[in-house]
Design a protein around this ligand. Structure first.
Ligand code: PGA
Length: 310
């Protein structure tokens, strides 16, 4: 009698677990992401490795690294799961666009407006589930490369022929200061003078920081960075407490509140960019993802909402 396939290459769930551990580099992080306990993840990995007959990982310090067998299995696991996703999409299509999960990964700054867009979208398609991950640009770039989501949201997307970019909303990076700051009295401030103020910067890997650094280099200016903080909200509070000035996306003020802060009129600012829904071309677009894309591009409610808040 022929042996059943999963007797020597594991079950689908085990392949999912393998992918999560490979992605997160640790059992603990994978267990958290999958909402499983750590022993369950370890046990399933052990069973998978026994079925295959070879170790899949080895330990380097606190990280797990894939063995060659692990690499090959991971690659095929991705294809297998993609195949299941395609089947799911076909079935969703047959049932009509009424259910399914929309997977999104958004950079930290996009968390101010994406919930508003999704709120409207989900009212139109009430049976859709949304799975949204938030991280800084560097973290979301990694997810995009691995094709984990239907869309990633960036204003500074990585440029690569493998990615499809769809612009859907303007993004302005504005200079902010405490409302009692002496620069608030000034009608016009040069970029050089603004740059000489103690500056509160986003962390390495942030798209906001990336755009600001590029802009400053283009205009031959160097910021007087005093502090680095990995949260837009914490930066706003630091600015409110008079610790320095900063440049943040205007969405952090319009949707996130601007009490105690003023926007400065600085030459060569704001930095104007756009938000993009970015997808991996090789990842088949689900009907829900296609519907979101159309909705985001047609829907100017976000812009209206923001104008109202302004
Ligand atoms: P950030 O990214 O939230 O990581 O700063 C924003 C962006 O991509 O522009």
């Amino acid at each position: 009698m022929k042996t059943r396939l999963h007797a020597h290459i594991g079950t689908l769930r085990q392949l999912e677990i393998l992918l999560a551990v490979a992605h997160h580099g640790s059992v603990t992080a994978a267990a958290k992401a999958l909402h499983l306990t750590q022993p369950t993840v370890s046990m399933q990995l052990k069973k998978l490795s026994e079925a295959i007959g070879s170790p899949l990982f080895y330990q380097v310090g606190r990280d797990l690294k894939l063995t060659e067998v692990g690499e090959v299995t991971t690659e095929s696991a991705r294809e297998v799961l993609l195949c299941f996703e395609r089947l799911d999409m076909k079935l969703t299509k047959l049932r009509g666009l009424t259910s399914g999960t929309l997977r999104l990964a958004v950079v930290t700054t996009a968390k101010y407006f994406m919930p508003h867009l999704l709120g409207d979208f989900c009212r139109q398609f009430p049976d859709i589930d949304v799975d949204m991950t938030i991280g800084n640009r560097a973290q979301i770039v990694k997810r995009l490369a691995e094709g984990e989501d239907d869309f990633c949201v960036f204003s500074h997307p990585p440029t690569n022929d493998d990615y499809q970019l769809a612009e859907f909303l303007p993004n302005r990076l504005v200079a902010i200061a405490h409302q009692e700051h002496p620069l608030c009295q000034r009608k016009r401030i040069s970029l050089k003078e603004f740059a000489s103020q103690p500056y509160i910067m986003r962390e390495n890997g942030s798209g906001t920081r990336y755009a600001i650094e590029q802009h400053m280099t283009r205009h031959n200016c160097e910021l007087n960075v005093r502090m680095t903080i990995e949260s837009n909200e914490a930066i706003k509070h630091m600015v409110m407490s008079g610790m320095g000035v900063s440049i943040l996306s205007e969405h952090t003020l319009t949707f996130g509140g601007s009490a105690g802060l003023s926007i400065l009129n600085v030459g060569k600012l704001p930095i104007k960019t756009n938000w993009y829904l970015v997808s991996l071309k090789s990842r088949p677009a689900s009907p829900i993802a296609t519907a979101l894309l159309e909705f985001a591009q047609k829907n100017n409610r976000l812009q209206l909402l923001e104008d109202l808040e302004r």
